[in-house]
Design a protein around this ligand. Structure first.
Ligand code: ADP
Ligand code: MG
Length: 343
């Protein structure tokens, strides 16, 4: 059995006063079904307001679904209170107690579980070691950096030894550099502990870096669920393609498909192109040199603007062959065309 099973879960909030609400407006989670395996790093990815937090709170037991079920290890948890579930939630803003030391913050939840004395001390020490905070036991939250506070919040969840750790945008308060570091750290931690992580983020790069699988959410529904690379390279809907970034859309009769920028190449307008490749005449609008790579913007005769991404390795320099303002051929292999589902 999967560790977590979400079965046809739906949650609708009462309409906000003063707002005319169609159904779509306030259905936060709309008939979501999902299996998550033991030991998986699973991400819920989508724009603000799409229902990520609500779904996570339903898993944690802080919200009750209007319909559907939550099973953990095959046991129905739908009506079990949060403290009796094998889950624990790490909040977006660490929510540490400012007047308590690191040690007491981490120990806090153990009281509710009637874990005291030596057992409690051992558990706290083990959790602090897991997040590399040995030696910080007596500090107060204001004496910690953002990254250290985040680790205390993690330790506080880990000390309860959950089977499933739920994380709601835990890195969103950190600056870019620290965020990258914490992504790697969190991923290593998850690997070494073997705990199932359900991780919420609105950042597609973050989801790609960290996850085994990703569920892309849109307006309360699941758009696509799959391994990171599959969601990135083979998006099934326009929404997913746009959300994962920089997709080029093409119309081919009744079909609509995308080709990702890194799968396109530019040739001189008079080049002869082998039969394997599709080619279309374009005009080169702009060349943007970015050190490791170059991004070209080109325009099709029909007016569509497309981007072409090129690694700046010595073997493949298109730069010397085509130039801004000039016609060129845009080429790709048919195998890189990704069909969009009709909606
Ligand atoms: P996300 O975490 O993806 O940003 P949320 O789950 O927080 O999305 O919100 C999904 C939708 O549900 C939003 O339209 C939000 O306004 C609404 N919502 C969330 N919580 C409540 C609540 N307690 N009362 C009313 N509406 C809510
Ligand atoms: Mg949220």
């Amino acid at each position: 059995t999967p560790r977590v099973q979400i079965l046809n879960v739906r949650k609708q909030f009462a309409a906000t006063a003063g707002r005319t609400s169609s159904e779509r407006d306030n259905v936060a989670v709309n008939d979501v079904s999902l299996d998550i395996a033991a030991g998986e790093f699973f991400s819920l990815l989508g724009p603000s307001g799409c229902g990520k937090t609500t779904l996570l709170r339903i898993l944690a037991g802080f919200e009750t679904p209007d319909a559907g079920k939550i099973m953990i290890d095959g046991v129905d948890m739908t009506n079990v209170p949060p403290n009796r579930r094998p889950t624990n939630l790490v909040f977006q803003h660490y929510a540490l107690f400012p007047h308590l030391s690191v040690e007491k913050n981490v120990a806090f939840g153990l009281g509710y579980q009637k874990i005291r004395g030596d057992e409690a001390r051992q558990r706290v020490a083990a959790a602090l070691e897991q997040v590399q905070l040995i030696g910080f036991e007596n500090r107060k939250p204001h004496q910690l950096s953002g990254g250290q506070k985040q680790r205390v919040a993690l330790a506080r969840a880990l000390v309860l030894r959950p089977k499933v750790l739920l994380l709601d945008e835990p890195l969103s308060a950190l600056d870019q550099k620290l965020r990258r570091e914490m992504q790697v750290e969190l991923k290593h931690l998850q690997r070494s502990l073997g705990i199932t992580f359900v991780f919420v983020t609105h950042d597609q790069e973050e989801a790609l870096v960290m996850s085994d699988r990703i569920a892309v959410m849109n307006a309360g529904r699941l758009e696509q669920v799959g391994p990171s690379a599959e969601v990135f390279e083979r998006p099934r809907t326009e929404f997913v393609a746009r959300f994962m970034g920089a997709a080029n859309f093409f119309n081919g009769g009744a079909r609509r498909f995308i080709v990702r920028p890194e799968k396109l190449s530019l040739r001189p307008a008079d080049a002869s192109v082998n039969g394997q490749l599709v080619s279309r005449p374009v005009t080169v609008v702009e060349r943007l040199y970015q050190g490791l790579s170059t991004t070209w913007t080109v325009r099709e005769a029909g007016g569509g603007v497309l981007s072409v991404y090129e690694q700046n390795s010595a073997a493949t320099q298109q730069g010397s062959l085509v130039s801004e303002g000039q016609p060129a051929l845009l080429c790709w292999d048919r195998c890189h065309e990704v069909e969009m589902e009709a909606k």
